[in-house]
Design a protein around this ligand. Sequence first.
Ligand SMILES: Cc1cc2nc3c(=O)[nH]c(=O)nc-3n(C[C@H](O)[C@H](O)[C@H](O)COP(=O)(O)O)c2cc1C
Length: 299
Amino acid sequence: MSKKILAIYYSQTGQLGDIIDNFTAPFVDAGVSVEKVIIQLKNPYPFPWTGKRFFSVMPDCVLSIPGELQPFTLKESSYDLIVLGYQAWFLSPGIPTNTLLHEPAFKAVLKNTPVITITGARNMWINAFERLKKALQKEGAKLVGNISLVDKHSNWISFITIFHWMFNGKKDRLLNIFPVPGVAAEDISNTMVYGTIASSYLSKGNWQGMQEELVKNKAVEIKYNLMFIESKAGRIFSIWANIIAKKKNQTAWLVAFKYYLLIALFIAAPIILLVNAIFFKPFLSKRIKEKKQYYLGVN
Ligand SMILES: Cc1cc2nc3c(=O)[nH]c(=O)nc-3n(C[C@H](O)[C@H](O)[C@H](O)COP(=O)(O)O)c2cc1C
């Protein structure tokens, strides 16, 4: 009997959909039955976003407040593999993914099932992945693989271009000067390589060594500076989210958060990174190596 996989995800721009299509193509070629389910929210977020709406989702993302999904059906009661596509939103699992993780039908198929997580992020997915990992563990799923695709341009460039994309709805070059935002087209089509690797492990029925092979093929890469910024920012976002969530009139606070984000990224982060590079990083090489290794893995 042919193996069955479920590929389930949300995608606002279609980027993650393209990634999932490329990833699952080798499974289809190998005769595996691939069921794709695209989840939708009952009250969809606008795309393109307005600035106000974009920042308004921050507290719910960070505090893991679920929304409501449109009803969806799963054809099977169990799968040989679940491919879970997710977005990082404000360093947290996106609200659609977080909502999916509250759905009884999805929770039921997760139990004892191997899962591969895939994201197409700007460049900060570690906190979201860590939280997703915990949620999957709680449901008794077996995380066997992780693929994290990112925009490989500098943190500043990708910050500018993602807002151009999110607020204009077009994945094109701002002013014809900046690069195309998001995950590069060649990285998206290269996801097929990861699908080929995963498909061979599925047919063997043994996942041992798969994540190492994916990492060798650059399915996940960890950049120290981004890992460092994200670890600090995650804690600060949580403080902001807790304060804002308690406010009756959140608008002014969300505007303040937006300016905080700009100052943190363009002014504070370079200074903190420099201080860290001089006074701390040289003495922490063993710990940094261990941390990077940990985030490359799925344990
Ligand atoms: C509200 C919002 C917040 C986001 N926050 C992050 C983030 O913290 N880290 C990151 O790498 N990307 C972030 N992104 C980018 C998304 O992870 C993703 O790359 C983009 O939305 C395209 O995904 P799609 O497949 O849904 O179109 C954010 C996007 C949105 C809409």
